[in-house]
Design a protein around this ligand. Structure first.
Ligand code: 5GP
Ligand code: MN
Length: 342
């Protein structure tokens, strides 16, 4: 295990013991790690005799709906009154898998103004200063892995059962692209071995997440790779863009473009990849890199975003065309960084 220091565990123990109205909050557009770590922690708190509430700012892809406890998640976009009441009532808010209050979008002001104590459990760089207790380190593959170490450090590993293990394994698997990236620390595998020891079916979890797409999603992927991928070998960069009309043509469902951004990195010499998806309000961008190029700094500086070094995202409020032009215009100044990227 990787023990968490006593000066963190001891106040955490206090928060967990005393809370009457715990609330678990995750980021906008939650991914497998957000949902997996939140539900894993939810089931743990239930075992501690609590009645926690889990809140997601918006809906998330169907391939995450099989997770045990999914029916307990309140979605602010659809249940705003209930969520705002719960935020008012909460005495401790556990903030999972994000580092900055603006990652909950419209809920930001309610989170900041909530009278509850805030406990941040996360693995993104540079956690913001809105929480009373910060449990955060980029060394962890995922928030789900960190939750495991936290529970073990609390001396509560005997409470981790198959249900919790399924949730946490999902977070680790999705945040590492099935142990492709963010997964070079030995204790990640210590946790995985413990979770598998609890009887989870890791193959079934993989199928639930990755082999659960519509035929249209596969056709959209084919179309993007064939028609919409642009490659710039001199900058070791490639990107994909998708317009609103194309999303309609392929009957787009939330989550359908998940993973597309990784494909260009399979091209020899490509170390930086991006996908631009046009929606009604703005252009949502995902960045990925291999090696040293810090995509989160790039996202933060130019595209109102952030994230991890090798996986980040951002937003543009200009047209898709202008956004792509801006991206292209930026590449020359990063030529050396991209060249030395590995
Ligand atoms: P994805 O590309 O899968 O949507 O996001 C990858 C990672 O980038 C997320 O885990 C998150 O850390 C970060 N990320 C994505 N979108 C945003 C954003 O709009 N703002 C910030 N700060 N981080 C983001
Ligand atoms: Mn994560």
């Amino acid at each position: 295990m990787k023990p968490i220091s006593e000066d963190i565990i001891s106040p955490l123990q206090h928060f967990i013991k005393e809370t009457q109205h715990p609330l678990i909050l995750i980021h906008y557009n939650p991914d497998g790690d957000a949902i997996g770590s939140a539900l894993g922690f939810y089931h743990y708190l239930v075992k501690k005799g609590k009645n926690p509430i889990v809140v997601s700012p918006n809906d998330y892809p169907k391939f995450l709906h099989w997770l045990p406890g999914n029916d307990k998640v309140l979605v602010y976009k659809r249940q705003s009154g209930t969520v705002l009441n719960a935020l008012k009532q909460a005495d401790v808010i556990f903030v999972l898998d994000f580092n900055d209050a603006d990652r909950v979008n419209d809920l930001e002001k309610y989170l900041k103004n909530a009278k509850a104590s805030k406990v941040l459990i996360d693995h993104h760089p540079e956690p913001g200063n809105f929480a009373d207790l910060v449990i955060s380190d980029v060394i962890y593959s995922s928030t789900a892995e960190l939750v495991y170490h936290v529970l073990e450090s609390l001396g509560d590993d005997h409470l981790i059962d198959k249900t919790i293990a399924e949730c946490l394994y999902t977070g680790i698997m999705t945040d590492t692209g099935s142990f492709n990236y963010n997964s070079s620390q030995p204790y990640t595998y210590y946790v995985v071995s413990k979770l598998i020891g609890l009887g989870i079916n890791k193959d079934q979890i993989y199928w639930n997440i990755y082999d659960n797409y519509s035929a249209e999603r596969m056709r959209l992927l084919g179309y993007c790779l064939y028609k919409k991928m642009e490659v710039f070998p001199e900058y070791h960069t490639a990107f994909i863009s998708i317009t609103k009309e194309e999303l309609k043509t392929f009957n787009f469902a939330p989550g359908d473009s998940e993973g597309f951004v990784n494909y260009p990195l399979s091209i020899k010499g490509i170390r930086f990849s991006a996908i631009f998806v046009e929606n009604d309000k703005h252009v949502k961008i995902s960045f990925r890199s291999k090696g040293a190029f810090p995509t989160h700094k790039f996202a933060e500086k130019h595209f109102n975003g952030g994230g991890h070094k090798n996986a980040s995202g951002g937003n543009s409020f200009e047209s898709l065309e202008k956004t792509l032009q801006k991206f292209l215009d930026l590449l020359p100044q990063y030529k050396t960084a991209l060249k030395n990227g590995l």
